[in-house]
Design a protein around this ligand. Structure first.
Ligand code: FDA
Length: 297
C-alpha cells in the first residue's frame, strides 16, 4: 500500500513561466570554507508580499535571463528549497536555496561555466530573480511521524534535508520516528551546514533521535585504502540501519549527484543478501509503496 505523504494545500499558488514569481535576494552566505575551491552558497529570497507555500522536498524553478546562442530562451533549472515549510527563519514568504557554482575544467584547458548556477551565484542582495513552482510531490515526508527517516545526500543534495529537519524539529514539533542523515562531501570544507561556516544541520543533533554522519572522500579512507563515500559510512551502521528500515519501518530519501544511487544500491544489496533477501525485488516494493525515494541530477 502506498504511504500517505504531506501535500500542499489545494489553493497554494503555483508560479508558471508565463507568470513567474519575482523574488528579491535578501542574503547570501558562503557555506564552503574560504580555502575550498567550491563556491557553495546559501541564498535567501523574499517574495515581497506574494504568497509562497511549499512542503519540504519541493523545488523552485529559476529563469535565467537572456537568450542562448541559438536565440532560444534558457531552459528552466530546478533548485531544492532548503528551508522548512514555515519559511526561512520561520518567515513565510522567505525561501533559501543551496547553490553550487558549476565551473568545470575542460580537456582543452578551457573552463565550462554553468549557465544558471553562475547567474544565481553572481546575484547581489537587493537583486530580483524570476522563479516558478514550487514543484515535486514524491520527495515529501510521510504524514505518519512515527516512521523512521533515512536521508542520504551528496553535495547540494543536502538542501531538501535541511528543509526536512526544520519541519521535523520545528519548535512545536518533534518527529517521533528515528532520523538519520548520511552526507558525503569531498572534505570538511564542503560539508555544508555541518562545518565551521554554518552548523544548521549539526544543531539538530540531540533533537528527537536525529544523528548526522559524514563521509569525506578526500580526507578518509576505508580499511582497504579506497576512498570513503556515503555508502561506506552507511555500511558501517549496517546492523542499525537494517533495524530501522526492515519491514517498511523507514522512508529512505537520496538526493544529490547522479551516480550516488549506485553506491547506495551496492550497500543495500549487501545488507539484504546477508539477511537472505533479494534487493532488486525489495527495492521495487519499497519504490511502489513510496518508501524508496531518489532525486538525483
Ligand atoms: P548547465 O546546465 O549550463 O550545465 C550543466 C552541468 O552542470 C553538467 O555538467 C552537470 O553535470 C553539472 N551540474 C549540475 N548540477 C550540479 C551540481 N549540483 N554540482 C556539480 N555539478 C553539477 N543544484 C544546486 O546547486 N542546488 C540544488 O539544490 C539543486 N537541486 C536540484 C533539484 C532537482 C530536482 C534537479 C533536477 C536539479 C537540481 N540542481 C540543484 C541542479 C540544477 O538544476 C542545475 O542543473 C545546476 O545548477 C547546473 O545548472 P547550470 O545552468 O549552472 O549548468
Amino acid at each position: 500500500m502506498k504511504i500517505a505523504k504531506r501535500v500542499l494545500s489545494a489553493d497554494a499558488p503555483a508560479y508558471k513561466l508565463s507568470a513567474p514569481l519575482k523574488a528579491q535576494l535578501v542574503s547570501v552566505e558562503r557555506l564552503s570554507s574560504p580555502d575550498s575551491p567550491d563556491d557553495l552558497l546559501h541564498m535567501v529570497f523574499d517574495t515581497c508580499g506574494a504568497r509562497l507555500e511549499y512542503v519540504e522536498g519541493q523545488s523552485l524553478g529559476v529563469i535565467t535571463p537572456g537568450l542562448r546562442p541559438d536565440g532560444k530562451p534558457h531552459k528552466l533549472r530546478l533548485y531544492s528549497i532548503a528551508s522548512g515549510p514555515d519559511g526561512e527563519g520561520g518567515q513565510a514568504g522567505r525561501a533559501a536555496l543551496c547553490l553550487k557554482r558549476v565551473v568545470e575544467s575542460q580537456a582543452d584547458g578551457g573552463e565550462f561555466r554553468g549557465v544558471c548556477s553562475n547567474y544565481l551565484c553572481d546575484l547581489k542582495p537587493g537583486d530580483f530573480a524570476e522563479l516558478t513552482g514550487p514543484t515535486g510531490k514524491a520527495f515529501a515526508l510521510p504524514e505518519d511521524d512515527t516512521k523512521n527517516i533515512i536521508m542520504v545526500a551528496t553535495g547540494t543534495g543536502v538542501a531538501p534535508f535541511r528543509s526536512f529537519l526544520q519541519y521535523m524539529y520545528a519548535p512545536d514539533r518533534t518527529w517521533r520516528g528515528q532520523t538519520r542523515l548520511y552526507f558525503g562531501a569531498r572534505t570538511r570544507k564542503e560539508l555544508m551546514y555541518m562545518n565551521e561556516m554554518n552548523s544548521d544541520i549539526l544543531d539538530f543533533e540531540g533533537r528527537g533521535d536525529f544523528r548526522a554522519r559524514a563521509a569525506l572522500s578526500r580526507e578518509e579512507t576505508n580499511a582497504d585504502g579506497s576512498r570513503r563515500y556515503v555508502q561506506h559510512r552507511m555500511l558501517d551502521d549496517g546492523e542499525e540501519l537494517w533495524e530501522l528500515m526492515r519491514d517498511g519501518r523507514a522512508l529512505v530519501y537520496q538526493c544529490g549527484l547522479k551516480g550516488m544511487d549506485h553506491g547506495v544500491d551496492e550497500t543495500m544489496g549487501r545488507l539484504t543478501r546477508e539477511r537472505g533477501q533479494d534487493w532488486a525485488a525489495l527495492k521495487e516494493e519499497w519504490k511502489l509503496a513510496g518508501l524508496w525515494n531518489v532525486e538525483v541530477y
